[in-house]
Design a protein around this ligand. Structure first.
Ligand SMILES: [Zn+2]
Length: 155
């Protein structure tokens, strides 16, 4: 993997049904357990930070705010982009049927994400902020990040 300058923040959802909380332990299990145990077998989890339903931000993989993505900071959120990206995930993204993509962000999560993105851009002016669906053919994070950035006047 090529590591380099931090170029973007990628926003994700956990793809879990509305109202269901997700713990960091669950994410570790999904991503880093061997395939034989139902995980993906990745060396590292997919995200640096997790935004809970109540807006609390939990760090999953430590990082510093210098301009480089150091090897120990890399997470596996989007193949081909990880060496130059930071990944943040909010809990949710699916309707109660557990299948339909839906922006399930709570008021607290929206507020936390807004603060998070603003802080990221203060630390990394010039970096871009994208949804996972702008990098891959996916519904994740179940909302239009570009539109939201405009609506909230973040960018
Ligand atoms: Zn994603």
């Amino acid at each position: 993997m090529t590591m380099g300058k931090l170029k973007r923040l990628v926003i994700h959802c956990t793809a879990t049904r509305e109202g269901r909380e997700v713990t960091s332990a669950e994410i570790r299990h999904w991503h880093t357990d061997p395939k034989s145990k139902g995980g993906r077998g990745w060396k590292q989890v997919g995200y640096s930070d997790l935004i809970h339903l109540n807006g609390g931000v939990e760090n999953l993989v430590p990082y510093n705010e210098d301009e480089n993505v150091d090897p120990w900071e890399v997470t596996n959120g989007a193949a081909g982009y990880n060496g130059t990206s930071r990944h943040v995930v909010y809990v949710g993204g699916l309707a109660v049927d557990g299948q339909t993509a839906k922006d399930t962000r709570t008021v607290a999560q929206k507020e936390a994400l807004k603060k998070y993105v603003k802080n990221f851009l203060r630390q990394h002016p010039g970096a871009e902020v994208v949804g996972h669906n702008e990098l891959a053919a996916k519904a994740c994070p179940s909302f239009d990040v570009k539109k939201w950035l405009k609506e909230t006047r973040i960018m």
